[in-house]
Design a protein around this ligand. Structure first.
Ligand SMILES: C[S@@+](CC[C@H](N)C(=O)[O-])C[C@H]1O[C@@H](n2cnc3c(N)ncnc32)[C@H](O)[C@@H]1O
Length: 228
C-alpha cells in the first residue's frame, strides 16, 4: 500500500485550524469517533451515497471509475465502504496523522490505495487532471469561506474529463451559519454553500437529501459539481 506525504503547514498556525487539529487529536480513531458518537448511522450514510453515485454513473458522460480522492478521510470509512468498491484506485487526504495510520489497518489489505496525504485541505492542491471523483464529506465546515473557494478551484483543475466533485455536508435549517466552538467548525446554510460553489466556478448538476437519518441531526445534502 501507498506512501504517506506529510506537509508542514503554516496555515495550521491559524487558530481556527490549530484548534480543529487539537480537537481531532483527542478523538478516537474509530467509526464512532469519525461520526461524533453516531457510528450507527454509517451504513445508512453509505447506502445513500452509493445510490447518489449510481445516479452519476448513469448520466450522459458519466465519470470514469479509475481514480478517486477521499477528502478529510479520517480513518477511511468512506474509502473502504464506498470508494474502493466503485473505483480502481483511491487516494486519501487527512490532516490528523493518527487517523492516517489507523486508515491502513481499518481499510485492510488492498492494492487499491494510492497516496495518503497527511495534510489540511486548506493547503492541498491536487495534481491537475488526476481524479474521476473527488469526495468531500463532513469536513468542509473546517474550512474558512476563502480557503473553501481556493480548495475547490484547485479540485476543479484536479479532475479528469467528465470528473465530478461530490460534497456531502450538514446544512442549517436557518439562513445563518452555525458555529461549533468545540471542534472549531461551521455549519453553513444551503444558499451559502451554493454561493461558494459558484465562486469556485463549479456548477451543481445534481442535489439530493440523505434520507433515514435519526431526527434531531442536521439535514444532510449531497451535491454533484462540475467545473463551469
Ligand atoms: C467528521 S470527520 C469525517 C471523516 C470522514 N469524512 C467520514 O465521513 O467518515 C471529519 C474529519 O475531517 C478531518 N479534518 C478536520 N479539519 C480538516 C482539514 N482542515 N483538512 C483536512 N481534514 C480535516 C478530521 O481530522 C476528521 O478526520
Amino acid at each position: 500500500m501507498e506512501h504517506v506525504d506529510s506537509h508542514e503547514n503554516e496555515q495550521n498556525e491559524d487558530p481556527f485550524y490549530k484548534h480543529a487539529a487539537e480537537y481531532w487529536s483527542g478523538i478516537p480513531a474509530t467509526v464512532d469517533g469519525m461520526l461524533g458518537g453516531f457510528g450507527f448511522i454509517s451504513n445508512t450514510d453509505i447506502q445513500g451515497s452509493q445510490a447518489f453515485l449510481k445516479q452519476l454513473f448513469k448520466m450522459n458522460e458519466p465519470p470514469g471509475r479509475g481514480h478517486a480522492l477521499d477528502c478529510g478521510a479520517g480513518i477511511g470509512r468512506i474509502t473502504k465502504h464506498l470508494l474502493i468498491p466503485n473505483f480502481d484506485q483511491v487516494d486519501l487526504v487527512e490532516q490528523d496523522p493518527k487517523f492516517i495510520s489507523e486508515a491502513k489497518k481499518y481499510i485492510g489489505p488492498t492494492k487499491k490505495i494510492g497516496q495518503l496525504f497527511n495534510q489540511g485541505l486548506q493547503s492541498f492542491d491536487p495534481v491537475p487532471g488526476t481524479y474521476d471523483i473527488i469526495w468531500c464529506q463532513w469536513v468542509l465546515g473546517h474550512l474558512t469561506d476563502k480557503d473553501f473557494v481556493t480548495f475547490f478551484s484547485g479540485c476543479a483543475k484536479g479532475l479528469k474529463p467528465n470528473g465530478i466533485i461530490v460534497v456531502k455536508e450538514n446544512v442549517t435549517s436557518s439562513d445563518s451559519i452555525e458555529v461549533d466552538e468545540q471542534d472549531s467548525s461551521v455549519t453553513r446554510p444551503l444558499n451559502l454553500l451554493h454561493q461558494l460553489f459558484q465562486q469556485s466556478r463549479l456548477q451543481c448538476i445534481k442535489e439530493a437529501k440523505q434520507n433515514n437519518f435519526p431526527r434531531g441531526l442536521y439535514s444532510v445534502k449531497m451535491f454533484a459539481l462540475k467545473p463551469v
